[in-house]
Write a protein that binds this ligand. Sequence first.
Ligand SMILES: Nc1ncnc2c1ncn2[C@@H]1O[C@H](COP(=O)(O)OP(=O)(O)OP(=O)(O)O)[C@@H](O)[C@H]1O
Ligand SMILES: Nc1nc2c(c(=O)[nH]1)N=C(CO)CN2
Length: 195
Amino acid sequence: MNRRLAQGFSDDMPASSSAETVAVIAIGANLGDRQATMTAALEELARLPLTTRVVASAPIETVALTLDGPDEEAPAYLNAVALVTTRLAPSVLLGFLHAIEEAHGRPPRRVDDLRWQSRTLDLDLIAYGDVRSADPALTLPHPRAGERTFVLEPWLQVDPEAVLPGVGRVHDLLAALREAEAEADAESAPEGGAQ
Ligand SMILES: Nc1ncnc2c1ncn2[C@@H]1O[C@H](COP(=O)(O)OP(=O)(O)OP(=O)(O)O)[C@@H](O)[C@H]1O
Ligand SMILES: Nc1nc2c(c(=O)[nH]1)N=C(CO)CN2
């Protein structure tokens, strides 16, 4: 673990919330040894201070979603979801997630960064209990989670009763996304079916 991770953060924000909370973390990797990076990141999550439990889904292989849509030519992602039981406050937890990403070769964020670039590791805070926040630095739940099968599918695997706070049941959101995908596929299929 790097020095920043081991020492924690010295900001003014409180380091802990009073109660244990389950945080939902989406893990993605599409560069380098994706499985090794994901395994190491899960171990690092389990070693975070004030954190007692990490339950991870199996990884799934997914087509890269880019700003132009799904891209079969781009390196495919491994995606997983971890349920992390912690007393770290949400902003402190996000700071640790960024430090873990950087420890695995992801460059620190810059304001002019392009979104959705390929990366060795991406850790998104999808939900923190049922906390809601509109802060751009930490929006909760993650504003795009409900549109992403690569988040909802592994989340449902580890929590079949999961709810995206303020949005709905993960089971229902995933079913609706899959239905929309099937309709879009049917519309784009050549008339008369496959040749
Ligand atoms: N719930 C959240 N989880 C992670 N980052 C968040 C969240 N809400 C806001 N952010 C902010 O979003 C910024 C960009 O994050 P990141 O680089 O991971 O985006 P991305 O992975 O390219 O795109 P996306 O957010 O659509 O997954 C971060 O600097 C972070 O402060
Ligand atoms: N399949 C897949 N595509 C993505 C992913 C991801 O985790 N999986 N993350 C992105 C930025 O967060 C952009 N695109």
